[in-house]
Design a protein around this ligand. Structure first.
Ligand SMILES: [Zn+2]
Length: 87
């Protein structure tokens, strides 16, 4: 037999998001939703250039667009519920 007790677990809300590239704050609309941005979390493998480090970055859409220009190959583009498109 188990007797449960309801407890309030601490909750974490994202209050601000700062673009790692330009340092600007990602804006929130009047409903509290952030403008779109890209968030990447990567734990590097042991023996790699960053040997076991976990990097977390948030990039605003403007900086992401600038970053893409430096890529030798474009990323794959697709929309939800659509097949991959050739660029
Ligand atoms: Zn930015």
């Amino acid at each position: 037999m188990r007797i449960n007790k309801e407890v309030a677990a601490p909750r974490i809300y994202i209050e601000k998001v700062i673009c790692n590239c330009c340092g600007e704050e990602i804006r929130k609309d009047k409903f509290g939703y952030f403008d779109d941005y890209i968030s990447i979390e990567k734990t590097w493998g042991y023996g790699s250039e960053f040997d076991g480090e976990t990097h977390v970055i948030d990039i605003c859409s403007h900086c992401y667009g600038e970053w893409l220009l430096k890529f030798a190959n474009s990323p794959s583009f697709h929309k939800e519920d659509a097949e991959l498109l050739e660029c």
